[in-house]
Write a protein that binds this ligand. Structure first.
Ligand SMILES: [Zn+2]
Length: 278
């Protein structure tokens, strides 16, 4: 008799824990439902960043503080978040130099910063489709279309490929609407948004639809034709359009806003970008 009772007693003893686990799971589920509702109602994530703050080694932080203009304009709180995200990015991606290029701290920090800047308004900032960052000294031969490239995002190899010379140029000249890093990171973000279902992907899809609707508006079409504001390459396909749009948004927000206020507003919502004067 005792032997038979024992397992029951053990189960009875565990019951409160089992309830607690079920309850916890249920609360988590409710939270997710609320989080999704909030993101779709207010066009931004409920939480962008949890209370974790990884620190960069001093030599890397010095580089951001000296060379990354966006960082200088952030509040102290956002600086801590940015530092955390750049540190996480550097820890998680593998940086590989090509054609004997030696990968330096400066390369890692500035590339990670470009990616984290573009995704700074998002909760999901990590570019899950990228595992490798391949860095060439300058333009490189690409077998994809038998031509020389300055950059490409290759989802099959899970690689972001950059010409360091052109990346640096894009970073240094802040207002010519050319920014190779931002361009390629937007390709990765857009593809991820098509494949994922998280709140940032859903928000991306929604604002992307708004942008497409804007592009069918006759007034906007006329203005695009007249002003030739966006460089012609933008109209290659929807991916290039979004990548070029991101470059203009990041490099000359005020100008962009003046020319195409609605397009600007949708892009801003898509990125949830409300920092540093944007
Ligand atoms: Zn492109």
């Amino acid at each position: 008799m005792m032997l038979l009772l024992q397992p029951d007693q053990e189960i009875a003893w565990m019951a409160p824990y089992a309830y607690a686990i079920v309850l916890f799971g249920f609360i988590l589920f409710l939270f997710r439902v609320f989080e999704n509702w909030y993101a779709s109602k207010y066009n931004k994530p409920l939480f962008r960043h949890y209370w974790v703050f990884k620190k960069l080694p001093k030599v890397q932080l010095d580089i951001i503080e000296k060379e990354f203009e966006f960082y200088k304009k952030l509040s102290e709180k956002h600086k801590r978040q940015f530092q955390h995200r750049v540190a996480t990015f550097i820890a998680e991606k593998k940086f590989i130099g090509r054609e004997n290029l030696e990968v330096t701290d400066r390369m890692k920090v500035l590339i990670a910063s470009a990616g984290c800047m573009l995704s700074f308004g998002r909760k999901n900032y990590e570019y899950s489709l990228i595992n490798f960052i391949l860095i060439y000294p300058k333009e490189f031969y690409s077998a994809i279309n038998d031509d020389y490239h300055k950059g490409e995002f290759n989802p099959r190899e899970r690689a972001l490929v950059l010409s360091w010379k052109d990346f640096e140029q894009g970073n240094k000249v802040a207002d010519d609407n050319m920014n190779l890093g931002i361009h390629e990171f937007m390709h990765a973000m857009q593809l991820e948004s098509r494949q994922s279902k998280d709140i940032d992907a859903v928000r991306f899809a929604k604002q992307f639809q708004n942008i497409l609707v804007q592009l069918t508006d006759q007034n906007v079409k006329n203005k695009l034709d007249e002003t030739r504001y966006f460089r012609a390459y933008a109209f290659t396909n929807q991916y290039e359009f979004m990548a070029v749009l991101a470059e203009y948004f990041i490099e000359s927000p005020m100008d962009f806003k003046r020319h195409f206020p609605k397009l600007y507003s949708h892009t801003q919502k898509l990125l949830n970008f409300t920092f540093a004067g944007y």
